[in-house]
Design a protein around this ligand. Structure first.
Ligand SMILES: NC(=O)c1ccc[n+]([C@@H]2O[C@H](COP(=O)([O-])OP(=O)(O)OC[C@H]3O[C@@H](n4cnc5c(N)ncnc54)[C@H](OP(=O)(O)O)[C@@H]3O)[C@@H](O)[C@H]2O)c1
Length: 287
């Protein structure tokens, strides 16, 4: 009898097994029958039939599971969910829900394979997000909010729900620590320079701070200002842009980068298009 093809849920179980592992064969959750071979160099081979959607889950997430060798750079993945006209929210900041149910599940999956999830103060203030993994199985990442002016209200979920540790990055000079310890609850880390500055800081300092806490698989979840600062600094390895079939016509932009005159100077990363169901995903590879 022909083997039942792997479905999306089984593929996701295999992804969770693959986190921080290489050069190993992953078995089916129920039977331990060999399903995926990781070759240690980041490549993988399917040893079992799978549905097209299950193959998409494996091909999108297995590259994000590969362990990082000591001393190598952090891995940084950004995401934005946007309308066809490149907006991530209305002018008043409403973004729930541009993306459909499949897009939101995808977002939770990226959280589940990341050590830390970062949002800007604008998103933390407006959305009052939890940044936990609820739409799928997997661990919660450490939550990080870039809040130089401490403008995110202290009563917001990130600071009160104790679902996962939260790092609140604020103004001040960073005092590097060899191995910083993550505490339960909220830890304030001064590292964002002078609080009178209005320009965003180069996020290289943020990657360094998180590495000092042992957090090296980083997910930059939004909003547009925050993801753009990482993109401008050349820090993103991958960017997942989820496009919803919707035109808002005005509102907050996804990307804001310095002006260019020639299209030859536009960013043209390697890209792959994946149909998530409710949204089209552009998986952009800057590595
Ligand atoms: N559709 C989506 O995928 C998505 C995802 C997330 C959010 N959103 C929506 O997007 C909107 C917010 O996005 P946004 O672009 O306006 O703001 P944002 O990126 O969430 O936050 C920007 C603010 O964060 C701080 N910040 C970020 N990077 C910094 C850096 N490198 N250095 C210093 N400070 C930094 C600054 O705060 P200060 O100004 O205090 O210095 C900055 O003004 C909300 O309406 C939210 O609902 C949509």
């Amino acid at each position: 009898m022909a083997a039942q093809p792997l479905d999306v849920e089984t593929a996701w179980q295999l992804v969770l097994q693959a986190v921080n592992r290489s050069d190993v064969t992953l078995g089916l959750p129920e039977s331990s029958e060999a399903a995926v071979r990781l070759n240690g160099q980041g490549a993988w081979h399917l040893l079992h039939p799978a549905t097209p959607q299950a193959k998409d889950v494996l091909s999108l997430f297995l590259p994000l599971c590969k362990p990082l060798a000591p001393g190598t750079p952090s891995r940084v993945v950004g995401q934005l969910g946007q309308s066809l006209d490149g907006r991530i929210a209305t002018v008043t900041g409403r973004s729930r829900f541009i993306n459909g149910s499949d897009g939101i599940t995808h977002l939770h999956r990226i959280r589940a394979v990341s050590d830390a999830v970062i949002v800007g103060a604008g998103t933390a203030m407006t959305d009052n997000p939890r940044l936990t993994v609820r739409r799928t199985q997997g661990p919660n990442p450490v939550r990080v909010v870039i809040d130089r002016h401490r403008r995110v209200p202290d009563g917001h979920h990130l600071f009160t729900d104790d679902e996962a540790p939260t790092l609140r990055l604020v103004a001040g000079r960073y005092k590097p620590r060899a191995q910083a310890t993550l505490c339960e609850g909220v830890t304030e880390v001064p590292c964002l320079g002078d609080d009178r500055d209005r320009e965003t800081v180069n996020p290289t300092i943020i990657i360094q701070v998180l590495a000092d806490f042992g957090l090296r698989k980083i997910f930059v979840e939004g909003g547009g200002v925050t993801v753009s600062a990482f993109l401008r600094a050349g820090l993103l390895d991958r960017l997942h842009v989820m496009v919803a079939p919707m035109i808002i016509g005005s509102g907050r932009p996804a990307f804001s980068l310095p002006e260019i005159d020639l299209l030859e100077d536009a960013l043209r990363p390697r890209s792959r298009l994946v149909n998530l169901g409710s949204d089209m995903l552009f998986d952009l590879d800057f590595s």
